[in-house]
Design a protein around this ligand. Structure first.
Ligand SMILES: Nc1ncnc2c1ncn2[C@@H]1O[C@H](COP(=O)(O)OP(=O)(O)OP(=O)(O)O)[C@@H](O)[C@H]1O
Length: 334
């Protein structure tokens, strides 16, 4: 017992080396006496330097999570930390500094990201001015560099209405990067754009990630965005349900490289696992599944005990163990 307790004491805290840590995050909204559990114990770790996507059906809790990470909303329970800052207990002054220096945000509505009466350069220089510390000429140079990095040099002196939707969103990314935040959060940034323009906007996020090392989290319904990142996390009913990881694999014999993607289900610390709905539907899984522990994996089989019991009743196979029969029948290669 003592040894076990000691080893537990030595174990590093959950997400100790992650930049973003959400630990059993809960957000309950109460409106007109009705409670909505937008986040229901969500766990998520994001490492520094990642470029990842969050997907999920409407109402699954994505925007709620982004607002909490942006420091605009406060969770009801659980823990949320970004770059070591505790988003639950943070005071008003720290929250302001957090929003100014640690995170940058890009919204779906292009008009919400930029001030209409300022040029692209002035929009990018404004957060630098609010943060203080840099002279006017330095701010202008840094803003120009950011615009050039995102291929927006030609928009330097244009106001938002003189830019295309894609240019506006790229300018919004430059604004969000103005104070070199560690994290860039974007909620449906390509939602109002056609696919070719969306591609250019996504390329700007990739540039920020690769050139500045910014950690990027993008909420998206856009399949092309979700398919282009290495990690896509799916949220379902206020929890992280599954994730797809993609990596490049090289064929040892031919040397050809191909992108391999694998889907993982999330296992919480209580051992709970959420199976993807389409997997369950295609195998007719509901209520209960049969588990088998093998030396290197756990088999999950549809539960046919009810069918077997019915068959037993009709055929009179009274002594056969239906569960046993099902396991043998369902196991591959058995
Ligand atoms: N301020 C609020 N007050 C009350 N309920 C809210 C509030 N914000 C969100 N909700 C509810 O919380 C749940 C999650 O909403 P959220 O906006 O986070 O979902 P989402 O996944 O971002 O959806 P969408 O893709 O449509 O933007 C929904 O049931 C929503 O109605």
């Amino acid at each position: 017992m003592e040894r076990r307790a000691a080893s537990r004491g030595d174990r590093p805290a959950y997400g100790h080396d992650a930049l973003i840590v959400c630990d059993r995050l809960v957000r309950v909204f109460a409106t007109d006496g009705v409670e909505v559990q937008a986040l229901q114990g969500l766990d998520l770790l994001v490492a520094e330097g990642e470029l990842m996507a969050l997907v999920g059906a409407s109402g699954s809790g994505k925007s709620t999570l982004m607002n909490i990470l942006a420091g605009l909303d406060v969770p009801t329970a659980g823990a949320a930390r970004v770059d070591g800052r505790d988003l639950l207990t943070m005071g008003a002054r720290d929250r302001l500094a957090y929003r100014r220096d640690t995170v940058g945000f890009v919204w779906q509505q292009t008009a919400r990201n930029l001030l209409p009466y300022l040029t692209a350069l002035q929009n990018v220089a404004l957060p630098m001015r609010l943060a203080g510390g840099r002279r006017r000429a330095e701010r202008a140079r840094a803003a120009e560099e950011l615009l050039a990095m995102l291929s927006l040099g030609h928009c330097r002196d244009r106001r938002p209405h003189e830019m295309s939707g894609g240019e506006q969103q790229r300018a919004a990314i430059a604004v969000a990067l103005a104070n070199t935040p560690k994290v860039l959060l974007a909620d449906e940034p390509t939602g109002e754009l056609d696919s070719a323009t969306a591609e250019q906007v996504f390329a700007a996020f990739r540039t920020a990630n690769e050139e500045l090392g910014t950690t990027v989290v993008i909420v998206t319904h856009d399949r092309t965005v979700a398919d282009e990142v290495r990690r896509t996390v799916a949220i379902r009913d206020g929890r992280t349900a599954s994730e797809v990881l993609r990596r490049t694999e090289r064929d040892a014999a031919t040397g050809t490289e191909s992108l391999v993607s694998r889907e993982y289900a999330m296992l919480d610390r209580a051992g709970r696992l959420q199976l993807p709905t389409d997997h369950m539907t295609s195998l007719g899984m509901a209520h209960r599944v049969l588990l088998e522990l093998e030396s290197d994996h756990i088999g999950v089989w549809p539960d046919h005990t009810a069918d077997d019991a019915a068959r037993t009743r009709t055929t009179g196979e009274a002594d056969r163990d239906p569960q046993d029969g099902d396991a043998r029948g369902a196991a591959p290669g058995a």
